[in-house]
Every structure is written in structure tokens, then in C-alpha cells.
Design a binder for this molecule. Structure first.
Ligand code: G4P
Length: 196
């Protein structure tokens, strides 16, 4: 998705060989027009997968998840990292360990929002080690529904999450795949030089 890649090139800041800061359009300030295009692109990539629900995780998954759901004409549900006051009964939960932050969170979704007949599209902003997406897939499995696919805005292909999810048989679609963040620069997988 060229629009997203150009946005990463012009506004992304490489903080280290591991971390890309994109707070001007995705993780803090949000670019609504870019989000509309992201929603359209996800809808196009999953148009034949009979999606009935989008599942994402707060907070930065909500904007792309919402736009994908809008285009697919289905509801969007977001997993919570902290239980809300009103969210007390019949919760589906999964434990998600972040290697980046070295912390484990229990994420939860009310059971009533995912039916066993649902065909769920999981959406998230970043794919690093894949633990958030795996946790969401675990929640879908516990509900008896099916994970039809996983849509990611930015995949860091040099970390192992993408391979982990694809090896488990999930259809994973990433709108930008970053091969490297070395030398202060984001290099995309499809633009990386092939060294023979
Ligand atoms: P994983 O789910 O793929 O295993 O990822 P990981 O634990 O490494 O990610 C923890 C948090 O850090 C997630 O956000 C994830 O989106 C984010 N993250 C991972 N790598 C990067 C990166 O290179 N750049 C940025 N900007 N974020 C990254 P979170 O804590 O859930 O935050 P939020 O969704 O509440 O904003």
C-alpha cells in the first residue's frame, strides 16, 4: 500500500533497530483519510472471506479496525487490556505477553459479542512477535467462532510474529512489511535489495 509506505518514509521516526515511531498518523494522532484508505485495503484483501465481525485490541487497533469494519459492513469489537467497571460476566480472556515491553496482560472480550457462527477478521496496528494477534485468535477459538484472517497495518518482518502466525495456518495480510530498521531507515520487504 504505497500511501502508507510513503507516510512511514516521510513521518516515521526510527527510534532503534527494533522500533518505529508513527505517532503522527497511527499511534497517537490519527490521520482519518489514511485510515479510510487502510479500511478499504483490508476490505479488498478479505472480501472473499465472508467476514461477519472485526476483532481488534485497544488502543491503536481501534482506528484501523473500525475502518475495515465500516468497509466490510460488519461490527467491530475491541479487546480490553483492563476490565471495565461494567464488564463483569461471561468474559473470554487470553494472556498476552509483550516481549517488547516485558509485561503480560490479560485481555478480555464479552462472550456475547462473538458468536460461534462468526467468521472473524483480526486487525492490529503492529505485528512484532505476534503475541497480541495470537491472544485475539485464542479468544476467537474459545468463543467457538472461526478466525478467517489477520490484517496488520505495519508488520516488522525481521521479527518472528508473521512467520509464527502463517505457520499456524492463518491468512495474514500486512499493508506495509518492514524488512529492516537499520541505519535509521525503514526498508520495506518488497523494496529491499536482494543480496546474491
Ligand atoms: P506483538 O503483539 O506482535 O508480540 O508485539 P509486542 O508485544 O512487541 O508489542 C507491544 C506493543 O508495542 C503493542 O502496542 C505494539 O503495537 C507496539 N509495538 C511493537 N513494535 C512497535 C514499533 O516498532 N513501533 C510502535 N510504534 N509500536 C510497536 P500497545 O502497547 O498495545 O499499544 P497501543 O495499541 O495501546 O497503542
Amino acid at each position: 500500500m504505497d500511501l502508507l509506505k510513503r507516510k512511514i518514509e516521510t513521518e516515521g521516526r526510527v527510534l532503534s533497530n527494533q522500533v518505529l515511531k508513527v505517532d503522527t498518523f497511527l499511534n497517537h494522532q490519527i490521520d482519518p483519510e489514511l485510515m479510510v484508505e487502510i479500511g478499504k485495503e483490508f476490505a479488498q484483501r478479505f472480501k472473499d472471506d465472508k467476514i461477519t465481525k472485526v476483532l481488534t485490541i485497544e488502543s491503536s487497533g481501534i482506528a484501523p479496525g473500525l475502518m475495515a469494519a465500516l468497509e466490510l459492513h460488519v461490527p467491530v469489537v475491541f479487546a480490553r487490556k483492563r476490565k471495565s467497571l461494567t464488564m463483569v460476566n461471561d468474559l473470554l480472556t487470553a494472556s498476552v505477553h509483550s516481549f517488547t515491553k516485558n509485561e503480560t496482560n490479560e485481555i478480555s472480550v464479552s462472550q456475547k459479542f462473538i458468536e460461534p457462527t462468526d467468521n472473524v477478521l483480526i486487525i492490529d496496528d503492529f505485528l512484532a512477535n505476534g503475541q497480541a494477534a495470537l491472544g485475539l485468535a485464542e479468544i476467537v477459538e474459545k468463543s467457538g467462532a472461526n478466525t478467517a484472517g489477520i490484517g496488520i497495518v505495519i508488520e516488522k518482518s525481521f521479527q518472528d510474529g508473521g512467520q509464527l502466525l502463517r505457520n499456524k495456518g492463518f491468512k495474514v495480510e500486512s499493508l506495509a512489511q518492514i524488512a529492516s530498521l537499520e541505519n535509521g531507515k525503514a526498508t520495506f520487504l518488497d523494496e529491499a535489495e536482494v543480496v546474491l
